[in-house]
Unconditional design. Structure first.
Length: 257
């Protein structure tokens, strides 16, 4: 066979291989496009369920998240939605968002059900959550009507953001107390947190007990100790509980006169 014919056959084979390769690529692209359209149409947000909310309605939380019906379920930006909710609704402490195939979103929230009134260095008054987030401004006259923190001034805060203070050690002490009380069932009963002297802090439990904590040393242990003491006291008792020597496993209860 002449060399020119062999060369032509080889060129035709190469062209056929290129055409086959191109055809395969086009088919794959078409399949991917079809799959994308199916996923886009099938996995769309139809149901958004909110759990754990008490202060805000489900509608408020869904609206704040900016997740809408018809959004693609697989491309929902969960981190952005969490940030949107926290920015719009200051009483929301924690948010988690999960997908529920084929068409659902579950938003789980934890709200600040306890807050403390704190004065600012400009004589305004704000409610602050256990995590130190500014919740809302209230009238200064309502300071004593709410659970409140004595001995602490905060700088003028921004709603929904962490507070700061010209006396950061007092703020840190108050936050430590709230952190250790949170989740114990005691925080809801605390009427006053006094951090005027950070080495001699005290809290008031309802109108029944003044609890002397001393400093923040061994604070977690002191709160556990307090829980065990309260379990042993009758609901009819009142007085002073001294935990300043809890590290030495000593505590005293002085009944009210």
């Amino acid at each position: 066979m002449p060399g020119s014919m062999i060369k032509n056959l080889q060129q035709r084979k190469k062209k056929r291989r290129r055409k086959i390769g191109l055809t395969v690529v086009l088919i794959l692209l078409m399949l991917l496009a079809i799959a994308f359209l199916i996923v886009w149409k099938v996995f769309t947000v139809e149901n958004v369920v909110v759990e754990g909310n008490e202060l805000y309605s489900s509608e408020q939380i869904v609206e704040a998240s900016q997740i809408q019906q018809g959004d693609n379920l697989l491309t929902v930006n969960k981190a952005l939605a969490v940030g949107n909710i926290k920015a719009a609704l200051p009483y929301v402490e924690d948010v988690s968002i999960a997908r529920s195939l084929p068409d659902g979103i579950i938003i789980q929230v934890r709200e600040s059900v306890v807050s403390f009134a704190v004065m600012t260095d400009t004589n305004a008054c704000w409610l602050v959550g256990p995590s130190g987030k500014a919740l809302e401004r209230i009238e200064p006259a309502a300071f004593n009507e709410n659970p409140h923190i004595n001995g602490l001034l905060i700088s003028t805060p921004t709603e929904g953001e962490a507070v700061s203070s010209p006396t950061p050690t007092a703020l840190a002490a108050a936050l430590d107390v709230m952190k250790e009380l949170d989740g114990t069932g005691l925080l809801e009963h605390i009427r006053v947190i006094d951090v005027e002297k950070e080495y001699d802090m005290s809290i008031w439990y309802d109108e029944r007990y003044e609890i002397k904590l001393g400093g923040t040393d061994e604070l977690a242990y002191k709160i556990r100790y307090l829980c065990s003491i309260l379990d042993q006291l009758s609901e009819f008792q009142a007085g002073t509980i001294d935990l300043t020597q809890a590290a030495q496993k000593r505590a005293t209860f002085q009944p009210a006169a």
